[in-house]
Design a binder for this molecule. Structure first.
Ligand code: HEM
Length: 144
């Protein structure tokens, strides 16, 4: 499962880049028309999040950092991977999925851009908070 772990870890940068790209595009796009490329950017951000979800689910059942033996909640690392990481990431992925659907359902371009800005930004903040960054030493995460 090492390969899955490295893929999941590296893809965080793709996810972050796509989300930030979609948000900047939505903020700066306010007063123009909503084109295919806007739709594609928002879609790709969501698709890569869903890929992370699938990889994460496999890791969840194979990782040595997810253990449910007595007292696991008292161990920061186990609590993080067993509960905090999955819970926050799933919430963020749901927000992006709902937000994108809402944006696609609007007819006015300005409303589409505004909806993406709002929902994607909230999701991005949650994701940044739920990544096991290396400076959170107890979690044993890496930069890539
Ligand atoms: C936006 C979505 C997600 C991002 C950006 C993300 C990012 C990461 C990162 C950076 C790591 C650390 C890898 C390392 O440094 O070695 C990690 C580990 C992990 N993630 Fe996620 N993750 C996401 C969603 C999920 C979801 C939804 C689940 C569960 C369903 C999940 C389960 C795991 C598990 C179990 C590990 C620990 C792997 C191990 O060390 O054995 N992740 N994730």
């Amino acid at each position: 499962m090492e390969i899955l772990k490295y893929t999941h870890s590296g893809l965080r940068w793709v996810v972050l880049a796509l989300l930030i790209g979609a948000i900047i595009n939505a903020i700066t796009g306010k007063s123009r028309t909503y084109e295919k490329k806007d739709k594609m950017l928002n879609l790709f951000a969501m698709v890569f999040l869903h890929i992370q979800l699938l990889l994460g689910l496999v890791l969840y059942f194979t990782s040595e950092n997810v253990v449910f033996k007595a007292g696991w909640m008292k161990v920061e690392k186990f609590r993080f991977y067993g509960m905090e990481h999955i819970l926050m990431m799933v919430i963020a992925i749901v927000l992006v999925t709902i937000g994108r659907k809402k944006a696609e359902n609007h007819t006015e371009p300005a409303k589409k851009f505004k909806t993406i800005t709002l929902w994607y930004t909230i999701a991005l903040l949650i994701i940044i908070a739920a990544i096991p960054w290396p400076f959170r030493e107890a979690l044993g995460g890496k930069w890539f």
